[in-house]
Write a new protein. Structure first.
Length: 204
């Protein structure tokens, strides 16, 4: 039996109204970690996409829609209800390309038809301390980027920094979920083995 789990992380900027330009939410990056269970053997696929001021912001939405084209059996998010879902809706609604925004929402809605797990629920839900603090408490090697860091990386074209940050968040979210399971020794061992290979590094 094939069971695919997708772990999704996103980054966005809330751009204020400026002159005739309306306020909008820019989806500047996203990462997906797909974990496939093939008859007891785990396989991992890590990918990320980002846009900066010199790019078409819609490209990240198109990329994510393509990644969600095959709805996963399980979708893992961090603070889905009050952060991830509202930010994706806002980005799609304020996109200059309404068709791409609508397609993203359609594919994301399909992804929500499977099992959806908000990993933050095990750590306090919307009242949880920061993701960064929880990841460090769990002993995960996660180096966070602040909102200011993300904005600066977007402004200066640092795709690598944005993608590395999002990939690390996706991997840490997967680890935090495994830590909450009763018996995930096999999955943790497989994840550690994969994490020590070059395949665990997101590519530009």
């Amino acid at each position: 039996m094939n069971t695919d789990t997708v772990i999704l992380s996103t980054a966005w900027i809330n751009q204020p109204e400026l002159g005739e330009r309306p306020a909008r939410t820019l989806l500047i990056g996203t990462a997906t970690l797909t974990v496939s269970n093939r008859f007891g053997t785990l396989a991992f696929d890590l990918a990320a996409h980002s846009t900066t001021v010199t790019c078409d912001q819609v490209e990240t939405m198109k990329w994510l829609a393509d990644r969600l084209q095959a709805p996963p059996a399980r979708l893992l998010l961090w603070r889905a209800g009050d952060i991830v879902v509202p930010s994706l809706i806002a980005a799609a609604e304020t996109a200059r390309d309404a068709i791409s925004g609508a397609r993203l929402l359609r594919q994301f809605d399909l992804a929500l038809t499977g099992e959806v797990i908000d990993v933050a629920d095990s750590y306090g839900g919307s009242k949880a301390t920061s993701f960064d603090a929880i990841a460090h408490q769990a002993g995960l090697s996660f180096v966070p980027m602040t909102r200011a860091d993300l904005a600066e990386a977007h402004r200066t074209g640092c795709h690598g920094a944005i993608r590395d940050h999002l990939a690390a968040r996706a991997k840490a979210t997967w680890r935090l979920w495994l830590n909450g399971l009763d018996d995930a020794t096999t999955q943790i061992a497989a994840t550690t083995a994969w994490d020590n290979t070059a395949e665990s590094e997101v590519q530009l």
